[in-house]
Design a protein around this ligand. Structure first.
Ligand code: ARG
Length: 464
């Protein structure tokens, strides 16, 4: 604090202020309650900045040593929970710098040369979001692995495939699991893409215009693990689309998680009884002793609400903001923190559920055979064996389905005579295509549900 700073004002910027902020001003202005989460990134950023300032001769080697050691000690204090965060110092940047001044005196004031909180916060947040992308990618890899294990074990397990949640055609459990593998692999790729685009270091943009000091932005970008410095100083402090991309990728991923969650909830119901969930990811009821509730799946299904909500929050904050930095942008962090936490938890819960769930193969097979699920196989047979146009075959099959429905039996239970009553050229051979096993075996087109295609798809994903 210089002599000219009124004791009652902020020691970091209070030079021109005679009065201290109103209590409400302090409350609305302070971000330390949440941005303390950026402490590690802030210290790393300051270390890289100080090293660069020394290497280009802006600060002395002695100052660098003092700053470096001081920052390291502060990092330790924060890790051990000893650091006292002060709301009157607003944010993590000023809390750390103020503590540094307490520790090393005047040299601390030189750290902020050629830097502003605008490029500092842009850097810290970008580092944090970039790490979260990598975390999400790793978590998705673990989920994909759990799905691959399920797919391998159930490559031949027949289950009903649905459209409109009505039985459509038999598929395999492995094929259904692999559908989610495709979705989550695209989610992983979205985080990876976003990470490449945000791999530019905004440090050195200073307040918005760059600086007259002879800084080396390539050096700081390198030291902080970025591919390069950002190209435009105004954009550097204004851009938050890296966070929007993270939230967009998170929202799509959470949407996929909610779809699988929904299926798990349905499958685990007594009416479906397609799967058994492990005790580890279910809860009991305090009143109904028989219950085993799929709470983890329900909560994972619900997390999409917070995550998409966070995307909408930040989109709305950023909309219409003039360049460059405005304090509105302080509102960027909480939604991103909340979404990142929710996503990490949802991915971990889903991975655990998928790894532990057990498909009920006899029940899946039974359900696959219901609802005239091999009607398409019958129509295809009429096309293949009798040379009928598909539309005519569809019509004949429809009549046979109606006949079976009226008789209360499956297609395979109709007699040959009944069938010939509708289409005289039908032969005994038709019964070979009416089983669910024959149906899935026949779907050999690339990407189809036949066990051999599913095994190939698994191998392709595993890179075998
Ligand atoms: N706490 C602020 C934020 O999160 C740091 C940047 C403040 N910059 C400023 N010009 N007041 O955005």
């Amino acid at each position: 604090m210089t002599d000219k700073t009124p004791a009652a004002s902020n020691s970091m910027w209070g030079g021109r202020f005679a009065d201290r902020p109103d209590a409400i001003m302090e409350e609305i202005n302070a971000s330390i309650g949440f941005d303390r989460r950026l402490a590690g990134q802030d210290i790393r950023g300051s270390q890289a900045h100080a090293a660069m300032l020394a290497s280009v001769g802006i600060i002395s080697a002695d100052d660098l040593t003092a700053i470096s050691q001081g920052l390291e000690e502060i990092g330790g204090e924060i890790e051990r929970g000893e650091f006292v965060f002060r709301r009157d110092l607003e944010d993590i940047h000023m809390n750390i710098e103020s503590r540094l001044r307490e520790k090393i005196g005047d040299a601390a004031g030189r750290l902020h040369t050629a830097r502003s909180r605008n490029d500092q916060v842009a850097l810290d947040f970008r580092l944090w979001v970039k790490e979260q992308c990598a975390e999400a990618e790793a978590a998705l890899s673990r989920l994909i692995e759990a799905l691959l294990v399920q797919a391998e074990a159930g490559a031949e397990t027949v289950m009903p495939g649905f459209t409109h949640l009505q039985v459509a055609q038999p598929v395999t459990w492995g094929h259904h699991m692999m559908a989610y593998v495709e979705m989550f692999a695209r989610d992983r790729a979205r985080f990876a893409d976003a990470r490449v685009r945000m791999d530019e270091c905004p440090l050195g943009a200073a307040a918005l215009a760059g600086t007259g000091f002879p800084i080396d932005r390539v050096q700081t970008a390198d030291a902080l693990g970025f591919a390069r410095p950002t190209a435009n100083s105004i954009d550097s402090v204004s851009a938050r689309d890296f966070a929007l991309e993270f939230l967009s990728a998170a929202s799509i991923c959470a949407t996929h998680l909610s779809r699988l969650s929904e299926e798990i909830v349905i499958w685990a119901s007594a009416q479906f009884n397609f799967i058994t969930l492990s005790d580890k990811f279910t809860t009991g009821s305090s009143i109904m002793p028989q219950k085993k509730n799929p709470d983890a799946a329900e909560l994972t299904r619900a997390k999409v609400g917070r995550i998409v909500g966070s995307l909408v929050t930040l989109m709305t904050v950023m909309k219409g903001l003039p360049l460059a930095y405005s304090k509105d942008m302080q509102e960027d962090k909480e939604p991103v923190f909340d979404a990142a936490d929710a996503l990490a938890l949802a991915l971990a819960a889903m991975t655990g559920m998928v790894a532990d769930m057990q498909p009920n193969a006899p029940r899946l097979r039974e359900a696959a055979a219901q609802g005239f699920s091999t009607a398409t196989d019958l129509a295809d047979w009429l096309v293949r064996e009798l040379g009928m146009p598909f539309r005519d075959a569809h019509h004949v099959t429809g009549s046979l389905v109606k006949m079976a429905e009226d008789a209360g039996c499956d297609l395979a239970d109709l007699s040959l005579a009944d069938m010939q009553g509708v289409e005289a050229r039908i032969t005994d051979a038709v019964f070979d295509v009416l089983t669910v096993e024959a149906s899935v075996r026949s779907r050999i087109s690339y990407g189809g549900t036949s066990p051999e295609r599913v095994v190939e798809a698994i191998a392709a994903r595993r890179g075998i």
